[in-house]
Design a protein around this ligand. Structure first.
Ligand code: HAM
Length: 420
């Protein structure tokens, strides 16, 4: 679980601001849901035999003895919210949220126990048009952020019915190779054999490589859906690779699944992943409604931004206000409040806590301000303040207090102009 320090927060804000603006432009609305839900919700939505539910949830009993869990992902909570607020009834919803998720995973670079997701969900639209549009939205986000080292993989998981037939074939295959399976996979053989395909154990690679492919067992409607998605991505001009082994770690998916992966983050290569979950809402007790969505790992995208050098510098102060003398110190705060009214976009640092001239100018220098405004008892008595540029050789000048805001703005605008 990480602290995000002030020096790092600029990259987070850049990503969040960019995503917020882009999602609004595609017609998505923000939703805010709790970080805790009943444990049963995640078991039902994500699946009993998934790593997330079996090993990674932060589950506890509250004072009333109810089993609650810190959300490991956002989709289940958002669907619960749509159901409990009576928002389905044939309606469509395009929603997004951002916030922390919790998984008790083995921490390593890019994998944390509290991490943040930007999560996006389109509910009530069967696709494949919305599938393609969601992927186009993510591709546009990478372009806007200047992130290049990502590529797209897609697959189709078919319908639960077509998966059942495939499941039998898969069980048959893994039974025939049972001696090559690790303990986890043997346990999953009956409960959820597709999870074996998701195994991260390198010793399982060979046996997984020989397993039958789900893509060869798709039902005709899922095949048509997938072909239409591929055609749409081609027509938009988004390169992709069909990865028949992409099965995802959560059980609610059907048909389209996709993942943006990178070679820039070591082992944790998934930056943004998602897919269609047409059966999930009905499974949670809502009226049958299709849905598709994705979530991106904020920490991972931020790391890509940092690596690409696209981190905005922290904003320095524009003006540091130096005050000296008893009367001027008392008047300084009123003066700066007035300046803030007049120049709301400028950042003023008022010298707080006293100090002699030398100490105050040292602070002014450290603040990065382009200008110092100096108010002493003598200036105050004459109704003026001194204005001194801190980053060029221009000399100090005096300015009547009523004209100070205009003089500051002129000096700052001049200071920002490129040098001749
Ligand atoms: P997920 O693949 O479990 O999907 O997570 C989505 C993204 O969250 C991953 O691609 C990764 O970038 C990030 N992530 C996951 N675990 C960690 C971790 N421990 N540390 C840092 N980042 C992590 C979901 O959560 C689905 N709810 C996505 C979705 C929405 N599907 C449909 N709608």
């Amino acid at each position: 679980m990480n602290d995000v320090l002030p020096a790092e927060v600029g990259a987070w804000q850049r990503l969040e601001d960019c995503a917020r603006e882009l999602l609004a432009s595609y017609g998505y609305e923000e939703i805010r849901v709790p970080v805790v839900e009943h444990t049963a919700l995640f078991k039902r939505a994500i699946g009993e035999y998934t790593d997330v539910v079996e090993k990674e949830m932060y589950t506890f009993s509250d004072q009333g003895g109810e089993s609650l869990t810190l959300r490991p992902e956002a989709t289940a909570g958002i669907m619960r919210s749509l159901i409990s607020n009576g928002m389905l009834r044939g309606q469509r919803h395009k929603l997004w949220c951002v916030g922390p998720m919790f998984r008790h995973e083995r921490p390593q670079k890019g994998r944390y126990r509290q991490f943040n997701q930007i999560d996006v969900e389109a509910v009530g639209i069967p696709g494949p048009d919305v599938d393609a549009e969601l992927i186009a939205l993510t591709a546009r986000l990478w372009r806007r952020l200047g992130i290049e080292r990502v590529r797209l993989e897609i697959n189709s998981l078919g319908t639960p019915e077509s998966r059942r037939a495939y499941r039998e074939k898969l069980i048959g295959y893994f039974r025939a190779h049972e001696s090559s399976l690790d303990a986890d996979s043997r346990r999953r053989l009956e409960g959820n054999p597709m999870r074996i395909l998701d195994s991260k154990n390198p010793e399982m690679r060979a046996v997984i490589a020989g397993a039958p492919l789900l893509t060869d067992h798709l039902d005709p409607q899922s095949r048509e859906h997938f072909d239409a998605l591929c055609a749409a991505l081609e027509s938009i001009g988004i390169p992709f690779r069909v990865n028949p082994r992409l099965v995802r770690g959560l059980d609610y998916y059907s048909r389209t699944v996709f993942e943006w992966i990178t070679d820039a983050l070591g082992a944790q290569d998934a930056v943004c992943s998602g897919g269609r979950y047409d059966g999930l809402i009905a499974q949670l007790g809502g009226e049958p409604t299709p849905g598709i969505g994705f979530a991106m790992g904020v920490e991972r995208v931020v790391e890509l931004l940092v690596q690409a050098g696209h981190v905005p510098a922290g904003r320095a102060a524009d003006v540091y206000v130096v005050v000296s003398g008893v009367r001027a110190s008392a008047a300084g705060i009123g003066l700066v409040e007035r300046l803030r009214d007049e120049l709301p976009r400028r950042r003023f640092d008022l010298n707080l806590g006293g100090g002699n001239f030398k100490a105050q100018f040292r602070r002014a220098d450290r603040s990065g301000a382009a200008l110092a405004v100096i108010l002493g008892d003598d200036e105050l008595a004459r109704g003026v303040a001194a204005v001194k540029p801190l980053r060029n050789e221009a000399g100090q000048s005096e300015c009547p207090l009523p004209e100070l805001a205009a003089a500051i703005e002129a000096a700052l605008t001049g200071a920002a102009a490129p040098a001749e």
